[in-house]
Design a protein around this ligand. Structure first.
Ligand code: FAD
Length: 421
């Protein structure tokens, strides 16, 4: 048999979850032998792409070279993982090499299904077709918003789960606000096409959002999915199921369309023994440990814990995984658990945000007291938090293993909570 590299801890993915969990493990034990499997040279702070699309953040400030964010002492394996052999504790890489581990952490994020909408890949970034879900595309959103003076602007949302469930409408509100400020909103017909049946999954935040839907005169279309697009002809096709379950197809015209692609677990996870029936890494939603393989953890967008897929959730999951894994290695003490905390800063206008923070089952989990930040109402403080405070918190605290407001809760303790990302 070919010799293969072996590490105490192998982490799949050098995104928000992978880098942070490596750093948090090293904060607990700096002698650990950790390797991160990550094919990309660049690390992105994706939560700021909404602001880029709204002209409120520099695109370059959302990226860093991967070698600058990988913690010192961690081995970077510059390859894509292609499969898992959990019975022999090995990961398979795309080039056929194998890497062995004592403990495995799986965090390769979510797959963006641009290819699942007919015609989309051919026209993305041109002909008025954009998306804040791509680093290179978000600046095009702002370019389109600045140039549009009249016509039809469509914003789409695919079926759940997606990362940052609020991002499809955040793009819409910031665009409408820019048009309102320029005095052209009245000449632009704005509509939201949501594959889901409600505006936002946690009811408590819907009234504030509805005020903005009215203010911007947005027409809402629920249970409707974008299925095809023809950029040069400026046409989009939507499908919806009627009461009898029959699929109706409808054609629409646009001058600008902001598309959020359908999303799924990465194929190499979905086709592996680690997957649940839907393809996600199958973890216990409190401990984040794999349900069948005790030396494997999953976190971030790729796992099946039913939290909102956000960097804010990752911030709370990371200390739980780091704590529990160190405990597996022999440290005494109670296990840590994750409450399902996730956060969605809903950018309803430039300078104001409704900061949605909630755990499993939509239970509200505000970080700050209501006298300081009214979570259900738009505030400038939440905007300041998102635009000015959270990016350095991400780069300098979260990615460095400094668990600010994210101390893991231990089993016998009662829960307090942490902050958003
Ligand atoms: P990622 O950060 O996506 O990292 C996954 C990593 O895995 C990547 O580096 C990738 O290259 C790597 N990888 C992929 N395939 C493989 C493979 N085969 N082998 C090895 N590595 C692999 N969150 C918030 O908290 N607040 C927000 O306001 C917010 N807004 C958002 C707005 C937009 C437009 C978007 C796109 C996201 C937003 N998010 C927000 C969500 C947040 O960015 C994600 O939830 C977070 O990045 C998830 O972290 P992750 O590590 O699971 O995945």
């Amino acid at each position: 048999m070919k010799p293969f590299a072996q590490h105490q801890v192998v982490i799949i993915g050098g995104g928000a979850a992978g880098i942070s969990v490596a750093a948090s493990l090293l904060q607990r034990n700096r002698h650990l032998d950790i390797a991160i499997v990550e094919p990309n040279e660049t690390h992105y702070y994706q939560p700021a792409w909404t602001l880029v699309g709204g002209g409120a953040f520099r695109p370059a400030a959302t990226r860093r070279a991967m070698h600058d964010v990988i913690p010192r002492g961690v081995k970077w394996i510059r390859a894509a993982a292609a499969g898992f052999h959990p019975d022999v504790n090995r990961v398979e890489l795309a080039d056929g090499e194998q890497v062995g581990y004592d403990y495995l952490i799986v965090a390769p994020g979510i797959r963006l299904g641009w290819d699942r909408i007919e015609g989309l890949v051919d026209t993305l970034g041109a002909n008025g077709v954009t998306s804040n879900y791509g680093y290179k595309l978000a600046p095009y959103t702002w370019e389109l918003v600045q140039n549009l003076k009249s016509g039809r602007a469509l914003f789409t949302q695919p079926p759940m789960p997606i990362k940052c469930a609020g991002a499809p409408q955040k793009a819409m509100y910031l665009s409408c606000d820019a048009w309102r400020r320029r005095g052209v909103l009245d000449q632009i017909d704005v509509s939201f096409h949501n594959a889901g049946a409600v505006l936002f999954g946690v009811e408590a935040y819907v009234p504030a959002l509805m005020e903005y839907i009215k203010r911007y005169d947005i027409s809402l279309n629920f249970n409707e999915s974008l299925v095809a697009i023809d950029g040069p002809a400026k046409k989009a096709w939507f499908e919806r199921k009627d009461a009898e379950g029959k699929v109706q197809r409808r054609e629409d015209q646009f001058d600008m369309i902001h598309v959020v692609p359908p999303q799924s677990a990465p194929d190499f996870v979905a086709n592996s023994p680690l997957a649940d029936v839907a393809g996600w890494v199958d973890v216990d939603q409190e401990s984040m440990r794999h349900k069948r393989y005790a030396n494997i953890y999953g976190l971030g967008d790729a796992c099946n814990a039913p939290n909102a897929k956000t960097a804010a959730a990752v911030r709370q999951q990371v200390p739980v995984v780091a704590h529990n894994l160190i405990r597996d290695m022999g440290k005494t003490g109670s296990p840590a658990y994750y409450t399902g905390y996730g956060s969605c800063p809903l950018t309803v206008q430039r300078g104001k945000i409704v900061l949605a923070e909630f755990g499993y089952g939509g239970k509200l989990e505000p970080t700050f007291p209501t006298w300081f930040l009214q979570g259900m109402r738009p505030t400038w403080k939440a905007w300041f938090l998102k635009k000015t405070l959270l990016p350095p918190i991400y780069w300098h605290l979260m990615l460095k293993g400094r668990e600010w407001l994210a101390k893991p809760k231990l089993k016998q303790e009662t829960a307090t909570n942490g902050a958003s990302s």
